[in-house]
Design a protein around this ligand. Structure first.
Ligand SMILES: CC(C)(COP(=O)(O)OP(=O)(O)OC[C@H]1O[C@@H](n2cnc3c(N)ncnc32)[C@H](O)[C@@H]1OP(=O)(O)O)[C@@H](O)C(=O)NCCC(=O)NCCS
Length: 178
């Protein structure tokens, strides 16, 4: 597969990225409109970075993240859950994976693994954290195989219908076969 992983100007390509997320994750038009504003705001945060997976000029996957900031909404929601389990230190010097999505047609070919590994390889932080819907999903399977462990389960984000798990991994992420 002629697929290129490289830096993505997510602000300029937000609609293409959300089109991928809409089919991968299942978002309706109203949710896409809300996410659009959130993504554009996230891209103004210091250290926010995105990578895209492109084939024949078409975006088929993307990842983005940023250094954790305890004042960010996501961090304030997960903080009490991490504190309750003695994992609060994961919020400091940590690179947050905010979104990772691969178009269903291109899934299970190592694209998601390449995206998240390449993005975190360029992070200066010694660890990474993220949240994922708290079910046995391909996303959770991928994160576990990269060395992410559960730091909190059944985390409720206001407005999200399903609970999330918060996961953390040391950087660099674990390679295949280790
Ligand atoms: C999560 C996602 C980005 C992974 O992208 P991908 O390109 O398919 O991932 P890869 O091919 O690199 O890796 C697939 C890995 O997923 C895991 N996986 C795949 N199917 C799985 C399943 N049914 N159960 C458990 N783990 C599974 C495996 O660890 C697999 O790795 P391996 O086959 O190399 O051992 C993609 O599935 C996706 O976009 N899902 C929908 C959106 C989503 O949930 N995003 C994450 C939000 S937190």
């Amino acid at each position: 597969m002629d697929l290129v992983i490289g830096p993505l100007d997510l602000s300029a390509h937000v609609d293409e990225a959300l089109a991928v997320q809409a089919v991968a994750f299942g978002l309706g038009p109203d949710e896409v409109a809300v996410r659009r504003q959130i993504v554009l705001r996230h891209m103004t945060h210091p250290g926010a970075r995105a990578l895209g997976a492109t084939t024949a000029g078409r975006l088929v996957g993307f990842v983005y993240g940023m250094p954790n900031d305890r004042t960010h909404w996501w961090s304030t929601v997960v903080e009490p859950y991490l504190r309750a389990g003695g994992h609060e230190a994961w919020l400091d010097d940590s690179f947050v994976i905010t979104e990772l999505h691969v178009h269903p047609v291109y899934q299970n070919r190592g694209v998601g693994r390449r995206l998240i590994t390449t993005l975190t390889d360029s992070a200066t932080e010694p660890r990474s954290i993220l949240s994922a819907i708290d079910i046995d999903s391909p996303a959770r399977g991928l994160y576990h195989s990269l060395g992410y462990v559960d730091l909190a389960r059944q985390v409720h984000f206001p407005s999200a219908p399903r609970p999330y798990a918060v996961m953390g991994a040391p950087l660099p992420l674990r390679r295949r076969g280790h």
